[in-house]
Design a protein around this ligand. Structure first.
Ligand code: NCD
Ligand code: ZN
Ligand code: ZN
Length: 348
């Protein structure tokens, strides 16, 4: 039996939602992860410090007894965000980052930014105060093909933004393309990229060949195989600029399996088993800890977790539910298309 012990991981991009869904999904993350960056795309969005404080309290209330987990809150950037509220919320430790959603790019992004120039003053204050910006990096121009929207975002939005405000610390979230990987790798210091579990495993054929598979539909949409391979190479490289953000994004099954299904893959349940599998396939298990437990805290200038987990390779596939039942309805768990042998134990 093979096993490895690593520091307890963190998830640098997570959707917990609210209410009954929060109750249902949070234990799947807090069972394994020490901390997570909590996405603010609720309806209405978590757009100021009062909303972040209230949301953090709801998350802590939903935490199962005995779970140790710290939600790292974010504020949803709008064209009317108050820079002083952001800076004071960051200085007090209430928030860890600010989130940029180009308006209309993804789930609940209607209140996001239409004209990036309008938020430059806030971003300048964030740069001075060391508040990181997390970006959903896709343009929304209807003329741009959905598979090109990340690459075009780099050219049209991210690069001009970084030239204008070079001191702003930026996370390009859920990188899905060779262009995104290259951009993060070659940028000056202060730029990082998160990679999801599912983008290391599926490509666009998995969504479309042999029938449409709504549970593999997410944004940014999975790209061609060559992009998946580049993401894998980046994740296992040990390069400190790349770290895990699962983007686990639950939607109830009826909202996925319908005429206009929501974007989002729910992977919190089996993410670590999937990642151990991927790193084993890449013969890089010795770099799993950097990707899931070390590179993220280093970017966010936080200490890594002191607790440790054990990943144990079983002889038979580990069992996990295909769906979880939540008070909001059933949520299908990410299917990695292969049996998983790696089990997770929090070290006592
Ligand atoms: N990734 C997704 O496909 N969906 C996310 C939003 C996001 O992260 O873009 C969601 O909130 O459902
Ligand atoms: Zn996103
Ligand atoms: Zn997300």
């Amino acid at each position: 039996m093979q096993q490895i012990e690593i520091r307890r991981p963190d998830d640098w991009h997570l959707h917990l939602r609210d209410g009954a869904m929060l109750q249902g999904v949070l234990p799947h993350t807090s069972a394994h992860f020490g901390r997570a960056i909590i996405m603010p795309n609720l309806v209405p969005p978590v757009a100021d410090s009062a909303a972040a404080e209230a949301y953090r309290a709801r998350i802590m209330d939903a935490l199962p007894a005995g779970h140790r987990f710290a939600p790292l809150m974010t504020l949803y950037l709008t064209e009317t965000t108050d820079a002083e509220d952001v800076v004071s919320a960051h200085a007090s430790g209430l928030i860890t980052a600010v989130k940029l959603y180009p308006a209309g790019a993804t789930t609940n992004s209607q209140s996001g930014v239409r004209d990036i120039e309008k938020v430059y003053p806030v971003l300048e204050r964030m740069a001075e105060a060391g508040v990181p910006l997390c970006c959903h990096g896709e343009v929304t121009d209807p003329a741009v093909d959905i598979f090109d929207r990340e690459a075009v975002f780099l050219e049209r939005v991210l690069d001009p933004l970084r030239r204008r405000i070079p001191g702003l610390r930026i996370v390009l979230e859920h990188v899905t393309t060779i262009q995104g990987v290259d951009y993060v790798r070659d940028a000056a210091d202060g730029v990082a990229g998160t990679i999801t579990t599912h983008h290391l495993i599926i490509n666009r054929n998995d969504i479309l060949v042999g029938g449409i598979r709504p549970h593999y539909y997410c944004l940014p949409v999975a790209k061609r195989e060559e992009h998946r391979l580049a993401l894998r190479a980046a994740a296992v490289s040990g390069n400190p600029r790349f770290f895990l953000g699962t983007d686990s994004a639950p939607h109830v099954d009826p909202a996925k399996e319908c005429g206009c299904g929501c974007a989002g893959v729910f992977s919190a349940t089996n993410t670590l088993s999937c990642l151990a599998h991927v790193f084993e396939e890449e013969e890089a298990l010795d770099r799993l800890e950097a990707f899931v437990s070390l590179n993220g805290p280093a970017f966010y200038r936080l200490p890594p977790n002191e607790e440790r987990i054990r990943l144990i390779r079983r002889d038979a596939p580990v069992a996990y539910a295909e769906k979880i039942e939540t008070g909001a309805g059933p949520v299908t768990v990410f299917d990695p298309k292969t049996p998983l042998y790696w089990d997770v134990e929090l070290r006592p």
